[in-house]
Design a protein around this ligand. Structure first.
Ligand SMILES: Cc1cc2nc3c(=O)[nH]c(=O)nc-3n(C[C@H](O)[C@H](O)[C@H](O)COP(=O)(O)O)c2cc1C
Length: 329
């Protein structure tokens, strides 16, 4: 077993924004770094107010936040990096993983991976001029595994703060099995510090991962951590998630989102998104889950949630056999 895991929270747009991060950090301490969902600078003008809010230092007190930028324009990346340096951040992350059709069509996110000459020039510029160290979060290619053979040496030409590898191609989205043999290649060849990301949902998953990659103590956890906010504590030998804790976390999220969002509709939308991760923990939710899906008012929502919490919570067990989809089943 690895004795010194260093766990980061993955950026999940719409899920791990500052409300989630603040509460998670307070109620389930132990995550070393939180990567913020991407900022997408469109012009040299400032960020949108939603983006500015998310990375505002007042909204991220006490935790280590690493802002992420999604762009293929070095000037825009540098402008965002300068803004982040002014806010006091110490690293800026480049998104080379986003699989969304509109992003890929513009050659950004994982779409940038297929434009290697431009990507190389981009990294040359931003690594030379960024006021902050640059890290990269990447997939292993757009369409073909062979792309990784070119991408790894390309990344090796730059002194990255970290290379975060989600070993899927763009066409795998988040579902197809992770391509661990390509991560192995990174372990063998990367000159940059590596962080592994992908499909670590349970402590058993992480132990199985360590059996294959014993020295890889830097992990980034996404859906697994949202589903089980106590995953890092449990990994460090602490108690597994208790139902009462998840209830308290839920109630605090609901209260904070109610203060930050205007109107019931966006609030219900946000909370239903969280239940996409949590519902699989409640095998007996049945009727209440149906109510939750259908509810249109806060009082119906509260009734459905009470019904769900009246049943037992069962954490997923074992390695590999279970996946949080992030969608209401
Ligand atoms: C709803 C959702 C939103 C995401 N948003 C981002 C994002 O803003 N930036 C990013 O680099 N990755 C994003 N990702 C990818 C995750 O950071 C992570 O790489 C992916 O979920 C795989 O890790 P996991 O298996 O631990 O969840 C998103 C994934 C999901 C499901």
């Amino acid at each position: 077993m690895n004795l010194n895991p260093i766990c980061s929270c993955a950026p999940l747009e719409g899920v791990t924004g500052y409300v989630f991060r603040q509460l998670h950090h307070r109620m389930f301490p132990g995550v070393e770094r939180y990567y913020a969902p991407f900022l997408s600078p469109r012009s040299r003008k400032a960020l949108t107010s939603r983006e500015r809010n998310d990375v505002h230092p007042d909204h991220n007190r006490g935790l280590t936040l690493i802002p992420q930028v999604l762009t293929d324009d070095p000037a825009l990346f540098l402008t965002a990096a300068e803004a982040m340096a002014e806010l006091g951040y110490e690293e800026v992350n480049l998104n080379l993983g986003c699989p969304s059709g509109t992003v890929v069509a513009k050659g950004r996110g994982s779409g940038f991976l297929a434009r290697q000459p431009e990507l190389e020039r981009f990294l040359e510029t931003v690594c030379a001029r960024s006021p902050l160290p640059v890290s990269v979060k990447t997939r292993v290619g757009l369409d073909y595994e062979e792309e990784w053979e070119e991408l790894l040496p390309l990344f090796n030409r730059f002194p990255l703060r970290a290379l975060i590898v989600h070993p899927r191609l763009r066409r795998d989205y988040y579902k197809a099995p992770v391509r661990l043999h390509l991560f192995r290649r990174a372990v063998e060849e990367s000159r940059n510090p590596l962080i592994y990301n992908g499909d670590l949902f349970t402590v058993e998953d992480i132990h199985a991962f360590w059996a294959a990659f014993p020295g890889q103590n830097q992990l980034m956890l996404g859906r697994g951590l949202v589903t089980n906010p106590a995953l890092v504590r449990q990994l460090n030998g602490g108690a597994p998630l208790q139902k009462e804790e998840l209830r308290a976390f839920h109630d605090a999220l609901l209260e904070d989102y109610a203060r930050h969002l205007s109107g019931q509709k966006p609030l219900l939308f946000k909370m239903k998104e969280m239940w996409g991760y949590w519902l699989p923990l409640f095998p007996e939710a049945g009727k209440s889950a149906k109510l939750l899906r259908k509810c249109q008012t806060l009082s119906d929502y509260r009734a459905a949630v009470s019904g769900i919490f009246a049943g037992p919570l069962e954490l997923p067990r074992g390695a590999g056999g279970w996946q949080a989809t992030g969608r209401l089943p």
